[in-house]
Write a protein that binds this ligand. Structure first.
Ligand code: F0G
Length: 459
């Protein structure tokens, strides 16, 4: 039995939410083409679409916002952020970006030539798409245990080093301009990567002279898992663990909308001076000057404070405990999820929950749509809508190994009773799951199709 942890904060300001009627929800879904991204947020009761940019900022962050320096160049807010960046990540150079994908775009624009391979444990959607948009080919080398939803391996986000070395040998190191690892692994259950595995991944990339980049938007949650689960790290502070992680890499990119608990922001950090020069040129062309990178001074301030708050152990004990609570409740009600629960989200195994719906009919989409229709809950499909794609060589559709629905928990936003409501709605769905039907795509763009696709329900 896992208890919901008491929140290490009290609530000073509230935002009203409403549950509209079933009829109104049905109408809203029709208008949205059954795509949950196309709903009006005010028609959603509990919004678990994403943990990105949806967190509640603290009084310290709001206070810092009032001190934002909006100078075009050399703003003091930039130097506040620089100090936090130095303390946690320790890279020689960095630029702020407006969010994670802007950092990915800059790196991919500079580094990738058509046909290049970019390995990772698993790339998330925007990284995958930014690589493809430059003619590159993303390659996922996560341990096969990531796909065994019941495996209790504490580090299911780990890179399979043998797979990675095979990819490098087959592609040739000269065709791999950089390699990645994503912490935690968002495409595979929000599962952490061990420090040992990050070390070995770095060593392997470096053996072949491949620069190593960390996609680190949930690095603080990953650091917490290392402290709790990896031998030798029990006594280390989370800051020391983070320092060790980043000391192994040549660069990192981050969507600060996650573990830095801001509504907007990100960065790209590197050690190499020449690469930094190229990054600055690309940044100035597309995002803004080097000391603000598409953000306002107040955003930089909120990020500087949020980076430190996101790494606070009390906060993370509550945060990871809340996710574990939701996971445990769902398991007890017989809802299949990726175990153990991840950091920022619970991933329901829609493929087995709706095993009567085949992959081309999108079982994850069916669960996500049913959650909204049944209870006004918004979640996201992480399955064939998001990741099925034609093979670049044969043109045949390649389906992902798992059909998931992610219930992402915004930081410091929902309470135990909200989560109990989610569990209650799942219990109703479970009873009538055989009545649920799949969906057919009526529109899909070539990249990142889940954002704007439209569907029709199959009868
Ligand atoms: N990398 C990972 C691992 C992510 O989870 C995300 C965003 C990005 C990069 C891109 O960052 O949105 O700031 O441009 N993930 C969000 C999500 C959108 O819902 O998981 P961004």
């Amino acid at each position: 039995m896992i208890n919901h942890p008491a929140e290490p904060f009290r609530i000073k300001m509230v935002e009203p939410i409403h549950l509209i009627s079933r009829e109104q929800r049905e109408k809203a879904m029709q208008v949205a083409g059954y795509n949950l991204f196309s709903l009006k947020a005010q028609d959603v009761y509990i919004d678990l679409l994403t943990d990105s940019g949806t967190g509640a900022m603290s009084q310290h962050q709001w206070a810092a916002i009032m001190e934002g320096d909006e100078s075009y160049a050399g703003a003091s807010s930039y130097f506040h952020l620089q100090e936090a960046m130095q303390q946690i990540f320790g890279f020689e150079y960095f630029v702020p970006t407006h969010q994670g994908r802007a950092a990915e775009n800059i790196l991919c624009a500079i580094k990738i030539k058509p046909g290049n391979i970019i390995p990772s444990n698993m790339h998330f959607d925007t990284t995958d798409a930014n690589i493809r948009a430059r003619g590159g080919i993303p390659d996922n080398c996560v341990t096969s245990e990531a796909f065994d939803i019941h495996s209790s391996n504490p580090f299911k986000g780990n890179m399979d080093l043998e797979k990675l070395e095979n990819v490098i040998k087959t592609a040739g190191a000269e065709n791999i301009p950089f390699g990645c690892i994503t912490i935690t692994n968002n495409a595979g259950g929000g599962q952490p990567v061990s420090l040992q595995n990050i070390k070995e991944t770095a060593a392997l990339y470096h053996k072949y002279n491949i620069p190593f980049f960390i996609d680190c938007c949930r690095y603080a949650e990953n650091s917490y898992f290392i402290k709790k689960r990896e031998a030798g790290y029990e006594q280390k502070s989370l800051l020391e663990i983070a320092n060790e992680i980043f000391s192994l890499a040549d660069g990192a990119f981050m969507s600060a909308k996650k573990d830095a608990i801001v509504n907007i922001g990100g960065f790209l950090a590197v050690r190499d001076q020449d690469l930094f020069q190229d990054i600055c040129n690309e940044l100035i062309l597309r995002e803004g000057f080097i000391t603000y990178g598409g953000l306002s001074g107040r955003d930089l301030e909120a990020m500087a404070v949020g980076l430190k708050e996101g790494l606070d152990e009390n906060y993370l004990t509550y945060r990871i405990g809340q996710t574990a609570y939701l996971g445990q409740q769902l398991i007890e009600k017989g809802v299949p999820i990726i175990e153990p629960p991840g950091g920022h989200a619970i991933y329901v195994d829609a493929g087995s929950f709706l095993d009567h719906i085949p992959q081309p009919e999108f079982p994850g989409q069916a669960v996500a749509a049913a959650l909204y229709l049944e209870g006004g809950i918004r979640a996201i499909e992480i399955g064939s809508v998001m990741f099925a794609h034609p093979d670049p060589y044969s043109g045949e559709m390649v389906y992902p190994k798992l059909e998931l629905v992610r219930l992402a928990l915004p930081r410091r936003v929902y309470t135990q009773s909200h989560l109990d409501y989610v569990v209650e709605i799942f219990t109703h769905l479970k009873d009538r799951r055989k009545d649920l039907r799949g969906y057919k795509l009526t529109y899909a763009p070539p990249l990142l199709r889940h954002f704007t696709a439209r569907f029709t329900p199959l009868t």
